[in-house]
Design a protein around this ligand. Structure first.
Ligand SMILES: Nc1nc2c(ncn2[C@@H]2O[C@H](COP(=O)(O)OP(=O)(O)OP(=O)(O)O)[C@@H](O)[C@H]2O)c(=O)[nH]1
Ligand SMILES: [Mg+2]
Length: 225
């Protein structure tokens, strides 16, 4: 058992080193990466498609990497935004790692990209432990999953910079108790910012994009086009 723990610690430490180097390279190139985590089907791709379509309309240079165990379905959906998108097929791996991200960006990421959106594999457990070189980590939860996910999957929420509640158009139909959800988030992550969105109606998409732009401004130390 202790050998297994040592091995796991070494793997994570190696990933952290690669992620730090990747973050430095991205920032030097004027690119801020955002890592989006959630359980399967929480609405990452649907929200990203709307967000990226809006960003393209505003002239903001965005690009996306999207990770899945199999299929290129999500890349095809995101490409409808008009922005550059690349699928990472993990072949069974339940999360993205920094070297996978680095290798898929190499020779592909268009220069001048300001925001790189990385949709992680749908999973609230493993992705939480892997830094991907991001400057902002966004954890999404949909109203259809119930209110207690933050306390059941605390590791994912503990490292969230922003929490996004998705599918709020369905909240009433699901009898979703938003106050209970917010209390669960607070239990794990204090007063982290929580944004409410619906990819169906578009509610909250502008606010999320503004939040990501603000991070890019702050991290890059200058106005984002
Ligand atoms: N009503 C409603 N449905 C949504 C919304 N966002 C996503 N959906 C639906 O929820 C389902 C899953 O959405 P996806 O965007 O594929 O979720 P995902 O998190 O990317 O899923 P994985 O990549 O498989 O982890 C799809 O049927 C979407 O149409 C929303 O805001 N409102
Ligand atoms: Mg998806």
């Amino acid at each position: 058992m202790s050998r297994l723990i040592e091995l796991r610690t070494a793997v994570l430490a190696h990933n952290d080193d690669l992620a730090s180097a990747l973050r430095a390279d991205l920032l030097a190139a004027g690119t801020v990466a955002v890592n989006l985590l959630s359980s399967p089907g929480s609405g990452k791709t649907a929200l990203l498609e709307r967000l990226m379509t809006t960003a393209v309309g505003q002239g903001l240079p965005v690009a996306a990497l999207t990770g899945d165990l199999a299929t290129e379905n999500d890349a095809r959906r995101l490409q409808r935004s008009g922005a550059p998108v690349r699928q990472v097929v993990t072949d069974g791996l339940c999360h993205l790692e920094a070297d996978l991200v680095r290798d898929h960006l190499s020779g592909w990421l268009p220069s001048g990209t300001r925001l790189l959106l990385v949709e992680n594999v749908g999973n609230l457990v493993c992705p939480a432990s892997y830094d991907l070189g991001e400057s902002l980590r966004v954890v999404l939860a949909s109203v259809t999953e119930g209110e207690d996910k933050p306390v059941k999957y605390p590791t994912a929420y503990r490292w969230a910079d922003v929490v996004v509640l998705t599918k709020i158009d369905l909240a009433e139909a699901c009898a979703f108790d938003e106050q209970a959800f917010l209390a669960a988030v607070r239990d794990v992550r204090g007063d982290v910012e929580v944004l409410r969105t619906s990819a169906r109606t578009g509610e909250g998409v502008d606010a999320l994009l503004a939040r990501l732009r603000r991070t890019a401004d702050e991290v890059l130390g200058g106005a984002v086009p």
